[in-house]
Write a protein that binds this ligand. Structure first.
Ligand SMILES: NC(=O)c1ccc[n+]([C@@H]2O[C@H](COP(=O)([O-])OP(=O)(O)OC[C@H]3O[C@@H](n4cnc5c(N)ncnc54)[C@H](O)[C@@H]3O)[C@@H](O)[C@H]2O)c1
Length: 345
């Protein structure tokens, strides 16, 4: 049975399932075998880089390359502690692992709205499959949920205890509601089967290897500034977001996985910017000659988003270190290389 801990989190008193007998057999290795679903994507590939730095880790990535790319992992392909499998998480997977970082899911609205039925299948069936795997082999599983579970929040900043304000039938619901069901499944497996779970609620994250032209605001502005095109701000431009650099995010995910708390825990940068402020910062840092143009907004775009990260600070000793002004130039270098537009000197 799950109990309520003093910090308000669920703590399971039921022991996790016994690890597979294979782990106690002669094939047993002291290494930690870690599965990263969606590991060829933006956050996933940075997570893999960090996990591979530890020589005790063996990393298996599964990805269907919908929004990810082998290119993001090319430095690890052929490494003896690394395996890459083309696999769709909506199909079952049988591997022996100790930890599962479950990231597989398109994160940008352009991609998740492209095939909404597939997006919800990835969130629901994909998460069920990964929980089934965790149960079978006794692995600990971490889900990368999202600040989108708060919808268009009526509470600001958002604490983990807030239940959200989500439209269940809108064009973004395949993602928002998909992640909400994924969180439900995680807790039901935890309470019913004693699975060790961790849930991170990720707020906007940016950095090198984001898909260019994926419609996310930071990548949009940087690509537009490099190409010398107007920076298109969705009206009214006063809506706010917070932006976390990817190295900080990866640090938070690993701390959460290694710590004792199930979450959900908000991971994000509480520094809040309006879309107009972000456009002006990108203009100043990357291309002062471009203009800023207001365009029509998309339905259900939240007006404000800012994480309350008190829990992450207290329970994980985590807070973001990289400031937006320091992170944007690192992303610019990567985008310039990929767009083949060198910096004017
Ligand atoms: N980047 C952010 O700002 C952000 C914010 C909140 C939550 N998240 C979550 O973090 C995770 C990673 O996001 P990201 O920004 O790296 O996105 P991404 O699109 O770059 O990465 C997602 C990866 O999952 C893979 N994938 C998608 N569907 C799959 C399927 N059915 N089977 C196997 N692989 C599949 C894609 O090919 C890709 O490599 C996602 O779960 C996302 O919901 C990201």
């Amino acid at each position: 049975m799950a109990q309520e801990a003093s910090n308000g989190n669920q703590v399971s008193s039921k022991p996790p399932p016994t690890p597979s007998p294979l782990r106690n057999a002669k094939f047993f290795q002291a290494n930690m075998r870690i599965l990263v679903t969606g590991g060829a994507g933006f956050i996933g590939s940075h997570l893999v880089d960090r996990l591979m730095e530890n020589e005790k880790n063996e990393v298996i990535v599964v990805d269907n390359y919908f929004t990810g790319s082998k290119d993001n992992l090319r430095k690890w392909i052929g490494h003896p502690r690394f395996e890459l499998i083309r696999h769709d998480v909506t199909e079952t997977l049988l591997v022996e692992v100790d930890q599962i970082y479950h990231l597989a899911c398109p994160a940008s609205p352009i991609f998740y709205k492209y095939n909404p039925v597939k997006t919800i299948k990835t969130n629901v069936i994909g998460t069920l499959n990964m929980l089934g795997l965790a149960k079978r082999v006794g692995a600990r599983i971490l889900l990368t949920s999202t600040s989108e579970v708060y919808g268009d929040p009526l509470e600001h900043p958002q604490k983990e205890s807030y239940w959200g304000n989500v439209n269940p039938i809108g064009v973004r619901s395949c993602y928002d509601e998909g992640k909400r069901v994924a969180e439900t499944l995680m807790f039901d497996y935890h309470r019913q089967h004693g699975i060790e779970i961790r849930i991170a609620r990720i707020f906007n994250t940016y950095g090198p290897r984001m898909n260019i032209d994926d419609g996310r605001v930071v990548s949009n502005f940087i690509a537009q500034a490099i190409r010398g095109e107007p920076l298109t701000v969705q009206a009214p431009g006063t809506q706010t977001r917070s932006f976390c650099y990817v190295s900080d995010m990866v640090d938070g995910l690993i701390r959460l996985m290694e710590g004792d708390d199930t979450g959900p825990i908000n991971l994000g940068n509480p520094g809040e910017f309006t879309m107009l402020e972000l456009a002006e910062t990108v203009k100043e840092l990357i291309n002062p000659e471009v203009e800023i143009k207001m365009v029509e907004n998309t339905p259900d775009d939240p007006r404000q988003r800012k994480p309350d990260i008190t829990k992450a600070k207290e329970l994980l000793g985590w807070e973001p270190k990289v400031k937006l002004r320091d992170g944007l130039p690192l992303m610019e270098d990567d985008f310039r290389q990929r767009l083949v537009v060198p910096k004017k000197i």
